[in-house]
Design a protein around this ligand. Structure first.
Ligand code: SF4
Length: 263
C-alpha cells in the first residue's frame, strides 16, 4: 500500500490550525468512519474529547488502556463516562497482571530501563494489540502541556499503530480547556482537584506543587529523564519520522486530493 509521511501532512496541518476541536473531530469521523476511535486516559483533556463526542453524537469507540495499577478514581471516571455519557469504552489490558510481571521480572518501575520496559508491557503493548483495527486515533495531546508536547502537530503519523493520530486539542490553551470543562460541567478525574496535574499509574504518579512543571509528578522517583511512557509517538525522538501505510484512496481523502462530499 502507498505510504503517507509526516512531511506530506505539513500543508494540511497548517490549514487544520484554524479548525475548532469539534470541526477536527467531525473531519476525522467523516474521513475515517468506523475506522476512527478516540484514545483517552481519562485525564482532563481526554474527558473533554469524550464529552465532545458524546454531546455531538459522534459515534466513536473510546480506547482506554488499564495498566492494572491505575487509581480507583481513574477507573471510576471511566465508568461515569460510560454510564452518564453513553460512551462505548473499550478497555485494553496487559497480558500479565502486575503480580505476574513482578514475579517474573521483578519490580521494574524503580529504574529508568525498567520503567521503559514496564510502560511498554503495560501501556504500549495493550494498544499495539489492536494495531490495524483503526486508521485514525483521535487523541488529546496539547501544546499547552509543555515540554515534548510544545510542538505537537494536529495530524501525526503513528508508524507503530500504522494510523494517523488526530490531536484535536493541540492548540487548545490551558484556559480554553478549563473553560470548556467548567462550562459543560464535564465529568473529570477527582484527583486533579487534589494536586495531580497529570495522572498515570498509582506506582509512578504523585501530586505536584504549584510551582512545579505539570509532569513533575510522573516518575518523580526516577528524576527528569523518564518523563513519558512512549504510548504517543510524538513524545518519542523520531517517532513521526517514518510513514504509515494506508490505501491510496484513503490517503487521497486525507490530503484533500479526492473530495466527493462536503467536509
Ligand atoms: S507508569 Fe509505572 S507502573 Fe505504570 S506502566 Fe509505567 S512504569 Fe509501569
Amino acid at each position: 500500500m502507498p505510504l503517507l509521511t509526516q512531511g506530506e501532512l505539513a500543508n494540511l496541518n497548517s490549514t487544520m490550525e484554524s479548525r475548532t476541536p469539534l470541526e477536527l473531530m467531525v473531519w476525522a469521523k467523516t474521513i475515517f468512519g468506523q475506522r476512527a476511535a478516540v484514545l483517552s486516559s481519562m485525564q482532563q483533556a481526554g474527558c473533554m474529547v469524550c464529552h465532545m463526542a458524546a454531546v455531538n453524537r459522534i459515534e466513536m469507540p473510546v480506547l482506554f488502556v488499564d495498566t492494572g495499577v491505575l487509581f480507583p478514581e481513574t477507573l471510576a471516571t471511566r465508568d461515569r463516562l460510560i454510564g452518564e455519557y453513553g460512551l462505548k469504552v473499550i478497555t485494553l489490558s496487559p497480558r500479565l497482571t502486575m503480580e505476574q510481571q513482578t514475579a517474573q521480572l521483578g519490580v521494574l518501575y524503580l529504574t529508568p530501563d525498567g520503567q521503559s520496559q514496564c510502560c511498554e508491557m503495560r501501556k504500549t503493548d495493550p494498544l499495539m494489540s489492536i494495531a490495524g483495527q483503526y486508521d485514525a486515533l483521535v487523541a488529546s495531546l496539547r501544546r499547552g502541556d509543555g515540554e515534548r508536547r510544545r510542538k505537537v502537530p494536529i495530524l501525526a503519523v503513528d508508524p507503530k499503530m500504522n494510523c494517523l493520530r488526530v490531536n484535536i486539542l493541540a492548540n487548545v490553551t490551558d484556559q480554553e480547556l478549563y473553560d470548556y470543562l467548567e462550562k459543560h460541567k464535564v465529568i473529570t478525574n477527582p484527583l486533579h482537584a487534589q494536586g495531580y496535574s497529570t495522572i498515570g499509574c498509582v506506582r509512578c504518579t504523585t501530586p505536584v506543587l504549584s510551582d512545579e512543571p505539570k509532569r513533575a509528578g510522573r516518575w518523580r522517583h526516577l528524576g527528569p529523564w523518564a518523563m513519558y511512557c512512549g504510548i504517543n509517538p510524538t513524545d518519542l525522538d523520531g517517532g513521526t519520522e517514518q510513514a504509515i501505510d494506508l490505501p491510496a484512496d484513503l490517503i487521497d481523502q486525507i490530503l484533500g486530493r479526492k473530495v466527493d462530499f462536503a467536509i
